[in-house]
Design a protein around this ligand. Structure first.
Ligand code: NCD
Length: 360
């Protein structure tokens, strides 16, 4: 049995299998209408969501399964002070599989360690969002016919955008990927992703603040929302919120085959006038998300009877994680655990992956 906390929990071969399975489901939906009959998916969303929760639930219904849903932290025992671990143990008594979204980074990992059912991370703070990546990969595959040798621009909030972190983790596995990181200085990609994923992969990357300069060279542009809810100071958000707006005029700079992706929700970073452009793929991503979640649920339910997969959980060194958004700041008696990244030689929190000071 295993949980999916990060897209790296899936091998490249498994990503290919999930893509094949999702395409198969889209072509022969009736053949899958009973595939999860008698099974229950619990959805626990402690942060706002439209697409992710509904697509998980639609996915389970289309597989013939059932759904138990807690629609928000305010309506759950979390509001009474229940820990993530206890909530996960409770879920395990009622459901066969769970999808969890939580504002604290590392919360899904904590839930998966406590649960006796597979847990899927549906977004943990600014950290990871692996199932959005599955939607993104299927979209790229359908648009380009391949996942390798693509120049991918990521634009907007690369600091707090968890969908960016997860998609970079996935794309860094495909040979020939080039990353163009487009953001204001304050919202640059966290070091653990830039160093620990991109530089480690040896793939080409560059950082720029100019969308206009980057656009002509891209096969894919992944636009993102500035993540208002993750800012410590409201005035920083106000200053940065209009950093990038993709308009029909700017689309003239993009190549004729440049696919525009966005995990949604959009605020104002893509003009609605771009929606009718054949290069706009963001509503296709929404459909693809349901298909990939169906494929993932099937995979995890198939493996659910095998023993629980063990993770590398690092050591309790007595240090304290400095990340204020880490689950260790709220979860009672959760041990502080750290691992040393063999590439960067930096120590990082096992739960949220934030780095402590450099070792050397
Ligand atoms: C994203 C998220 O929740 O991280 N939305 C989604 O799941 N499709 C992106 C965002 O909120 O900006």
């Amino acid at each position: 049995m295993r949980s999916i906390i990060d897209v790296l929990d899936l091998s490249t071969g498994e990503l290919d299998d999930l893509i094949r399975q999702a395409v198969d489901i889209s072509e022969r939906p009736r053949d899958f209408a009973d595939a999860a009959r008698g099974k229950k998916l619990a959805t626990l969303f402690f942060e706002p969501s439209t697409r992710t929760r509904l697509s998980f639930e639609a996915a389970m219904y289309e597989l013939g399964g059932n759904v138990l849903s807690v629609p928000g932290a305010a309506l759950s025992s979390a509001a009474k002070g229940e820990s993530v671990s206890d909530t996960a143990k409770v879920l395990s008594c009622y459901a066969d599989i769970a999808a969890i979204r939580h504002p604290r980074e590392g919360a899904a990992l904590v839930a998966s360690e406590a649960a006796s059912i597979p847990v899927i991370n549906a977004g943990d703070g600014g950290h990871c969002h692996p199932t959005q990546t599955l939607a993104d990969l299927l979209t790229v595959h359908r648009e380009k016919g391949r996942l390798d040798s693509l120049t991918v621009g990521f634009c907007g909030d690369l600091k707090y955008g968890r969908t960016v972190h997860s998609l970079i983790n996935a794309m860094a596995r495909y040979p020939g990927t080039k990353f163009v990181l487009i953001s204001p200085e304050e919202l640059k990609l966290p070091a653990y992703v830039r160093e620990g994923t991109i530089r480690k992969s040896g793939l080409a990357f560059c950082e720029t603040a100019s969308l206009e300069e980057a656009l002509p060279g891209l096969d894919i542009l992944y636009m993102t929302r500035i993540q208002r809810e993750r800012f410590e100071e409201a005035e920083d958000y106000e200053r940065l919120k209009n950093s990038y707006i993709l308009t029909a005029e700017k689309m003239k700079l993009a190549g004729e085959n440049c696919s525009i992706l966005h995990p949604l929700p959009r605020v104002n970073e893509i003009s609605v006038k771009v929606d009718d452009d054949p290069r706009a793929c963001y509503f296709k991503q929404v459909k693809n998300g349901k298909l990939m979640r169906m494929a993932l649920i099937l995979m995890l339910l198939r493996e659910a009877k095998s023993p629980k997969e063990k993770r590398e959980m690092g050591e309790d060194t007595g240090e304290v994680c400095q990340n204020l958004r880490c689950i260790t700041t709220t979860e009672q008696e959760l041990p502080q655990r750290f691992t040393i990244d063999p590439f960067t030689h930096r120590k990082k929190c096992v739960w949220c992956e934030a780095e402590t000071k450099p070792l050397f």
